[in-house]
Design a binder for this molecule. Structure first.
Ligand SMILES: Nc1ncnc2c1ncn2[C@@H]1O[C@H](COP(=O)(O)OP(=O)(O)O)[C@@H](O)[C@H]1O
Ligand SMILES: [Mg+2]
Length: 313
């Protein structure tokens, strides 16, 4: 079965998008090296309505890459307003530049995904029958795409859609936005595995315990089979005593669930601003090793090795 890995954290700005882009790129490179002519494929899905991941893979953040907009977009399928095969929204990315065009993404737009978010949360309100108690009944009158949706149906729409394409991929990665978004809930419902990028900030801020609660909530409500690969300490300052202590604390308390940390480095931001993953920005020195002159590639390589060992790849 294809592993579907969702990156999620209750907090914004912790590095979910950065992890999704770079881990997906690393696996695309590894699969290229394994079978250069016909490599296994990687699919990336952006369930954040900000669409930062899609922007990076399509045009680059400053729109410097040419990009032919496909006929369909993710939102069309999530809103069930197209009967076209999902392949019509799937695009092969130009990055990583050193892989053999084996990284695909599902195209989406901010406007479209915001609409999905809005419609999905209305559906939840309908399910919880809050709406019946309110005055706001206009969308129950038949012109809404949700009028005939069943309970929980929207939550499983992404999972159902992926069934059509997942066997063509070795790995599928899903980026998410805020926890409250129904898009994030749908990403949990579709995933086989979960990685929680986490900033090492003070014990009182939203930490691992909160995210463990999140995992339990996901297992209880939507997806009993989802497996936590671990937390991924992000933007760690190497000589910070607080960060080092916190990582040690996590390793002791949750052995095996703390992934190798990614340091806070300008090079990670530089590659993002160039619209590239770290492996395209500073290409690996030799085929078969992800390591380049950018130390971030060493760290992402360690994370990829741990994911591979958990997934038995
Ligand atoms: N390891 C890192 N070193 C330096 N900057 C980073 C690192 N990880 C993420 N960032 C930067 O932090 C910001 C937020 O990261 P992002 O991946 O977009 O977070 P999220 O998706 O969780 O909101 C971005 O500007 C990104 O370039
Ligand atoms: Mg993001």
């Amino acid at each position: 079965m294809t592993a579907i890995i969702t990156f999620a954290n209750q907090k914004g700005g912790v590095g979910k998008t950065t992890c999704t882009i770079n881990v997906a790129a690393a696996f695309a490179l590894k699969l290229t090296w394994q079978s250069p002519d016909k490599p296994g494929r990687v699919l990336v899905i952006d369930m954040d309505s900000q669409c930062n991941t899609v922007v990076t893979f399509s045009t680059g953040v400053f729109g410097t890459r040419d990009f032919e907009v496909p006929d369909q977009a993710l939102e069309d399928y999530l809103l069930q307003r197209t009967a076209a095969p999902l392949w019509d929204a799937i695009v092969t990315s130009e990055i990583p530049t050193n892989a053999n065009r084996n990284l695909d993404f599902i195209f989406s737009t901010r406007g479209g995904m915001k609409q999905v978010e809005k419609d999905f949360s209305r559906q939840r309100l309908v399910d919880d029958s809050y709406i019946a108690a309110s005055e706001d009944l206009h969308f129950l009158t038949g012109n809404s795409s949700l009028a005939d949706g069943g309970k929980d149906e929207v939550v499983y729409r992404l999972a159902d859609m992926l069934a059509e394409v997942s066997s063509h991929y070795e790995l599928i990665f899903i980026d998410t936005g805020p926890k409250e978004s129904m898009l994030t809930t749908a990403a949990f419902a579709a995933a086989t595995h979960l990685i929680v990028p986490l900033e090492m900030q003070g014990y009182s801020s939203l930490g691992f315990e909160d995210n463990l609660d999140l995992v339990r909530e996901v297992q209880r409500n939507w997806n009993p089979h989802i497996q936590l690969i671990g937390i991924l300490p992000m933007r760690v300052v190497p000589n910070s005593v607080t960060h080092t202590d916190m990582i040690r604390m996590y390793e002791e308390k949750y052995p095996g669930l703390t992934l190798p940390p990614i340091a806070h480095r300008m090079s990670v931001q530089d590659s993002a601003n160039a619209g590239l993953d770290v492996f395209s920005y500073k290409p690996p020195r030799r085929v078969g090793s992800l390591v380049s002159s950018d130390p971030a590639t060493i760290e992402f390589a360690k994370v990829v090795a741990r994911i591979s060992s958990v997934l038995k790849l």
